[in-house]
Design a protein around this ligand. Structure first.
Ligand SMILES: [Zn+2]
Length: 329
């Protein structure tokens, strides 16, 4: 049977090929080959041991050939290292690997290249989307999340790789996923799409034997009234025609509550006000006034408006418009 058959190998797997072959993640091709030879002798299709469940044997031998085929091909091994979502084995399993390697070394040619012992393995980061309200974005917040850590299976941690593969407790994975809750602080001034990295506070990485980083992809929920533009927050506030003309003190909704704001007499439609520091991270909040024209008038009001019109010394607001029109036509 051809063990190099590429069509046979899965492109994405949750299986730990290094673990299956009982080699360390930085094993050389020689080490992988030797390990495979041993495994082939014990688990190859020629073995029909009564003590081993046939299905388990087939499954594990398929795993072994998959693992071997992938790890012996530098391109596929690289791809696997990059894409496999497996959590590799822990420090105690590594101690076992060390033992296996030492046992092998005594029978090995001393001139063979030795794999680097102290390769620094980068712990995998955990990315998570975190949705917060605009209020939380402005004020900062605390959030509790569940992180799932792989935890070595006690049933098989001290067993040999091949026995571990047949462990019923963990179904051969060598670990269990265990949930824990963790609380995180988010500073004030978070904008939508921001990335917040909590170093070494993510998921336990079995292969690196340390915690990876946790990266929060921040999503700020849309507010029904307030629009975020960069770090500024914009709101449109309706005012009456009387407030626009006479001035007023009005309440303006902000991300964290209401604040009062002065409307100057004779405020024009669409006028922009800035409220200092009420946006995100010290940016301003922008208030645009929208003058609301009355929708109905009583007879008395109509009379009063007519009287106001007579009293008004306001020039025709269209004069400049007409002038321009004459010049251009
Ligand atoms: Zn187990």
């Amino acid at each position: 049977m051809s063990i190099d058959d590429k069509s046979n190998a899965p492109t994405k797997t949750h299986k730990d090929y290094y673990y299956i072959l009982g080699v360390r993640p930085n094993a050389t091709t020689n080490e992988i080959q030797e390990s495979y030879n041993d495994l082939y002798e014990k688990f190859g299709p020629h073995i029909t041991a009564q003590s081993v469940d046939a299905e388990v044997q087939i499954r594990t031998f398929k795993d072994i050939t998959d693992a071997y085929g992938t790890l012996m091909d530098p391109g596929r091994r690289k791809e696997y290292d990059k894409n496999s979502d497996v959590f590799r084995q822990t420090s105690d399993v590594r101690a076992l690997w060390g033992k296996v390697t030492k046992d092998k070394k005594s029978t090995q040619d001393a001139s063979k290249p030795k794999a680097a012992e102290d390769v620094q393995i980068q712990a995998q980061s955990l990315e998570m989307e975190m949705e917060i309200s605009l209020k939380e974005a402005v004020k900062g917040t605390r959030k509790s999340i569940i992180i799932t850590d792989p935890t070595p299976c006690e049933e098989c941690a001290d067993k040999k790789p091949l026995e571990r593969m047949q462990c019923n407790a963990c179904r051969g994975l060598g670990y269990f996923n265990v949930d824990r809750s963790a609380e995180f602080e988010f500073p004030p001034g978070i904008v939508n799409g921001a990335e917040i990295r909590k170093q070494g506070q993510g998921r336990w990485d079995l292969r690196a034997a340390k915690y990876g980083d946790l990266i929060f992809k921040m999503k700020v929920r849309e507010h029904p009234l307030l629009k975020v533009m960069g770090k500024e927050i914009k709101v449109v506030v309706p005012i009456t025609i009387y407030e626009a003309m006479l001035g007023a003190e009005i309440q303006v909704p902000t991300a964290t509550g209401k604040v009062s704001m002065k409307i100057q007499p004779l405020t024009q439609q669409g006028r922009m006000h800035r409220l200092k520091g009420l946006g995100l991270a010290g940016a301003d909040m922008i208030v645009i006034v929208d003058v609301v024209i009355p929708k109905k008038l009583s007879g008395e009001e109509v009379k009063l408006y007519q009287r106001l019109q007579e009293l008004s010394q306001e020039p025709n607001p269209r004069l400049a418009l007409y002038e321009k029109h004459e010049h251009t036509s």
